[in-house]
Design a protein around this ligand. Structure first.
Ligand code: GLN
Length: 276
């Protein structure tokens, strides 16, 4: 059977999208998608066929592609992921972009990432700013293992700390604090759909209608920022107003950023510069 025919047959039978089937086939064969297209008359080796059939079956049962393959690309880098960490989302790249913009003119910036998971935000920042000193925390020891391995594989240095948000952070005077915390309402039906069913619930949902962790982060970050420094948090599509209120209550100057769809998905605050 040719490679392409094999992929088409299996994806049709399994009812998984053809784009996913071709990615799984590329990984199962150790070839690129381009190679597969150029060599559609190659015979599929038996081990690759078996692996591919197994992956298609798992995908059909709902398992996220990122967990099946064990990686997901984020901000141009390949991050190892496993069920102990949230799968990096493209929308979170907004947090990295705006974070980098906030420290553009700050030499040797001191950065803190709260709830790092796979480490994708902290590591992307560290790779983009080799002069930065990056600290990242997570409550999950499992997540910290994955994040540490990712930093090593991608060849950058991040100081990982086990901490319940900022409670065990002893460093101060950060130039940038970023966080993609859990912010989904615990009753949100999306938690029972698609990839989210397989991801750690503690990385997705938060008490207080999804706002409890955001509040803790804003409260803690206000004390850890240098004057003139910025906190940026990702949040849900309908939470921008609530997070803005938290930021203002801590006497930070609010900043908000929209995604490509025009929805505010990142809110934060800048600590007022010290009065002269
Ligand atoms: N953006 C993710 C989703 O809605 C949630 C990520 C998070 O809770 N930080 O699927």
């Amino acid at each position: 059977m040719s490679l392409i025919v094999a992929a088409a047959l299996l994806s049709a039978r399994a009812r998984i999208p053809a784009s996913e089937a071709s990615l799984l086939l590329a990984e199962a064969t150790g070839r690129s998608k381009a190679w597969l297209i150029a060599h559609d008359d190659e015979v599929l080796p038996i081990e690759a066929a078996t692996r591919f059939a197994d992956w298609v079956q798992r995908r059909e049962a709902g398992e996220p592609v990122a967990y099946i393959l064990g990686w997901r690309e984020f901000y141009g880098h390949r991050f190892t992921v496993a069920p102990g960490v949230l799968i990096p989302r493209p929308e979170t790249e907004l947090l990295v972009e705006e974070g980098l913009a906030a420290i553009l003119h700050t030499p040797q910036p001191r950065i803190l990432d709260l709830g790092t998971g796979s480490g994708c935000i902290a590591i992307s920042l560290a790779l983009a700013r080799p002069d930065a000193v990056v600290h990242a925390v997570d409550f999950s020891a499992d997540a910290l293992k994955i994040a540490t391995a990712n930093a090593e594989t991608l060849g950058t240095k991040v100081a990982f700390i086990r901490s319940d948000w900022a409670t065990s952070v002893t460093e101060r005077d950060f130039d940038l604090i970023v966080s993609n915390p859990p912010y989904i309402h615990p009753d949100d039906e999306h938690l029972h759909q698609g990839d989210l069913r397989f991801e750690p619930r503690t990385a997705l949902a938060a008490a207080g209608a999804g706002l409890a962790d955001l509040r803790r982060i804003v409260d803690a970050a206000a004390d850890l920022l240098k004057p003139g420094a910025t906190l940026l948090c990702e949040h849900g599509w309908d939470q921008a107003g609530f997070v803005r209120e938290m930021v203002v209550a801590k006497e930070l100057l609010p900043v908000q950023y929209r995604d490509l769809a025009g929805i505010v998905r990142v809110t934060g605050g800048t600590k007022p510069p010290k009065a002269a």
